[in-house]
Design a protein around this ligand. Structure first.
Ligand code: MG
Length: 261
């Protein structure tokens, strides 16, 4: 099932997306819900980021070719022995179509096309064999990253935690989350990243086992699973599209920051 969160003339709700119509969902997405027969055309509502989680746990360096491009060296000596974990604040989440704000004075701000896992039930000490039971579904996420800040500090949140640096959407797909998915990005219409989830160093089940050995993942929490090779800077005025054959298209434009005087 494809699930969208929409703003329908000021009323926000979840719906099942089917044939460009949104069938309103009633109940708790992570407990009991029903898909009603009440529907609106997708074109008549605004699609929102599908979830506002308690946390976005993100994984760095999870595709070999991306490690090589960042280090400008073969990845064999550089692969992490365990997942490189950081957090993105939920305040950075924006909707499909919203603007990514390029920080005043930044030298390099990159897109990172990623598959995001949405957790479906409270998860702690989950073994990888059981991880599938804890996944609600998948969606697209852009782990926007300011690199010139990252170079000056070991704390990744400095470069990854800006407002607007976490576009998510357009829908959550609950079908076969552990099947291989495609992940791409196009900058101003030009293909830049083209990967598949089977290229990950740590698989989604391995990530869930690793994370829940440390922290409780709550229903709706998000795991950004890392980006394949092909990241590069964006500039003000650019349009970045993260897409997948299975998960649709997440499009955002980059605008300049306007700080209060
Ligand atoms: Mg990333």
């Amino acid at each position: 099932m494809k699930i969208v969160r929409v703003n329908d003339h000021g009323i926000i709700y979840y719906g099942k997306l089917e044939n460009d119509r949104v069938y309103r969902i009633e109940g708790d997405l992570f407990a009991d819900f029903v898909v009603t027969g009440s529907s609106v055309a997708l074109a008549d509502v605004t699609v929102l980021a599908p979830i506002i989680p308690s946390k976005v746990v993100a994984i760095g360096k999870n595709y070999r070719a991306h490690i090589e491009e960042m280090a400008k060296a073969p990845s064999s000596a550089l692969e992490p022995e365990e997942p490189e974990v950081f957090l993105k604040p939920p305040s950075g989440i924006i909707n499909p179509g919203d603007e990514i704000v390029y920080p005043d004075g930044a030298q390099r701000v990159d897109y990172e096309a990623e598959i995001a896992v949405i957790i479906g039930k409270k998860a702690r000490y989950v073994k990888k064999e059981d991880a599938g039971d804890y996944i609600f579904g998948l969606c697209l996420l852009n782990d926007v990253s300011r690199r010139d800040v990252k170079k000056t500090t070991t704390q990744w949140v400095n470069g990854k935690g800006y407002d607007t640096f976490c576009p998510m959407g357009p829908f959550i797909d609950t079908e076969a989350p552990l099947a291989v998915k495609t992940i791409r990005s196009h900058l101003n219409g030009e293909l830049r990243q083209d990967g598949t989830t089977d290229l990950m160093i740590f698989s989604i089940p391995e990530l869930i086992e690793h994370l829940t050995d440390r922290m409780t993942l709550l229903p709706g929490d998000v795991i950004a699973t890392g980006t394949p090779a092909g990241v590069a800077p964006m500039q003000v005025g650019d349009t970045i599209v993260v897409s997948s054959d299975e998960l649709g298209e997440l499009k955002n434009k980059v605008v300049a920051e306007k700080k209060p005087k």
